[in-house]
Design a protein around this ligand. Structure first.
Ligand SMILES: Cc1ncc(COP(=O)(O)O)c(C=O)c1O
Ligand SMILES: N[C@@H](CCCC[NH3+])C(=O)O
Length: 423
């Protein structure tokens, strides 16, 4: 059973907004996010979690647009951050520090200090070195930091190798044996209250079994700790729920089944459960609207050259990811096969190969679906292309949250090498 709800625009509309009309007001390419679709996903998950002491901490890396984060704040959702920049964004958007968890293998002393000053709720620690650093910084500040150990349960999430995080060979978390030592040695870290467990095994997971396996190992470890007198107040099960990028092919898990697995897996545990969903809440709520610059008839293939490129949406170039595409012209046209590419000077700047689409012409608008997660947030200025605009749509209205970057903004902070310093 799947819960796939399509948010793809019917006849070119998304959340009551006609995208071609919007494109007449905004330079393409631009990202558009449906607030209603995001709200639906959040409330559906919150409903499924009823009765549990659960907290949702949205993985900011998936979509760090402050309009989207502000929407999350309004729905009572906290944040999972991995950098000070994400902390600043979450706070700017109105997410209270007391609802923020800080993950990542490379937290620096500066970041830990600033996060403690800000009052983040807890740190998900990924190495003994980090534990010692947190102890030192917290002691210096005269505070007690709350922390969870991120365990690496050595589970194959059966997803793309580049986004699998829960195998022993991956850089994330620590083994159960090491985690056990941290708890037994807790007295050595008086300024760290180590009362949580955390695991995140990967992203775009479409099967229940890897989640069940990881939950089972977490629960076994929790029971062991409990029986030895350790108090665990928070178990963070990470994120990872996959979404549908290819209608009719990808079969995402039902939220009800996923939450049932959490309930089963953590049976007997009465503390707080944290979830860090990213992609599931926003991917299908977002689209990238782009215009065809020209159709190029190459020596062997026909290329649809878009004004969006790999710097705007790098998932296809990085993971060979599939994204459904829909031309926004109203009249029916015959189907044709294209390599859909951007203007960037790399052959990898390809959104799709040999994709069958209604015939397109220069000036036509094309929508790239499933772009609400790891789209704009992974954007770059490669080929000195300004970052695109991002717009929030809500029931027939739209708000531009980020304007397209100007060339001046792109060049801000750069100067010709006039001031040379002796070194
Ligand atoms: C620690 C952590 N939590 C949560 C997430 C969110 O993952 P997803 O977007 O797959 O839900 C990630 C990214 O994979 C992550 O690294
Ligand atoms: N960037 C990846 C997901 C990474 C998950 C972060 N831990 C994607 O676009 O699918």
């Amino acid at each position: 059973m799947t819960i796939y709800q399509s948010f793809l625009p019917a006849a070119g509309t998304l959340d009551g907004v006609d995208l071609p009309t919007l494109a007449a007001h905004l330079p393409t390419p631009f990202y558009a996010y449906s607030a209603s679709a995001i709200r639906n996903r959040v409330t559906q998950l919150q409903q499924a979690l009823k009765g549990l002491d659960a907290r949702l901490c949205f993985a900011v890396k998936a979509n760090s647009n402050i309009g989207v984060l502000n929407l999350m704040a309004g729905l009572g959702v906290g944040a999972d951050i991995v950098s000070l920049g994400e902390l600043r964004r979450a706070q700017r958007a109105g997410i209270a520090a007391s609802r923020i968890v800080f993950s990542g293998v490379g937290k620096t002393e500066e970041e830990i200090a600033a996060a403690l000053v800000a009052g983040v709720w807890r740190f998900n620690l990924e190495s003994a070195d980090e534990l010692a650093l947190l102890q030192a910084v917290a002691r210096r500040q005269g505070v007690i930091a709350r922390a969870a150990v991120r365990v690496n349960p050595d589970v194959d999430a059966r997803t793309h190798a580049k986004i699998s995080t829960g195998k022993a060979e991956n850089k994330f978390g620590v083994g159960f044996d090491e985690a056990r030592i941290w708890f037994d040695d807790a007295a050595r870290y008086p300024n760290v209250r180590l009362d949580g467990l955390h695991a995140h095994i990967g992203s775009q997971i479409l099967e229940l079994a890897p989640f069940e396996e990881a939950l089972g190992r977490l629960a076994t470890f929790w029971r062991e700790l409990r029986d030895d007198g350790h108090i665990i107040e928070s178990i963070d099960v990470g994120g990872g729920l996959g979404v549908c990028y290819r209608a009719g092919t990808d079969r995402p898990l039902a939220v009800a089944d996923y939450v049932a697995a959490i309930r089963r897996g953590l049976e007997g545990y009465r503390g707080r459960i944290v979830l860090e969903p990213g992609r599931h809440l926003v991917a299908e709520a977002g689209v990238l609207v782009t215009r065809v610059i020209r159709v190029k008839h190459g020596q062997e293939r026909d290329f649809l050259v878009l004004d969006a490129a790999m710097n705007d949406l790098m998932r296809p170039a990085l993971y060979d990811a599939w994204h459904d595409m829909h031309p926004l012209h109203a009249e029916p046209r015959p189907l044709q096969r294209y390599d859909v590419v951007g203007p960037v000077c790399e052959t990898g700047d390809t959104f799709a190969r040999d994709r069958q689409l209604p015939r397109c012409e220069a000036g036509d608008l094309l929508l790239i679906a499933g772009a609400g997660a790891y789209g704009a947030s992974m954007g770059s200025n490669y080929n000195s292309r300004p970052l695109p605009a991002e717009v929030l749509l809500d029931g027939g209205r739209y708000a531009v949250v980020r304007r397209r970057q100007s060339f001046e903004q792109m060049l801000a902070g750069e100067q010709l090498p006039q001031a040379w310093h002796a070194a």
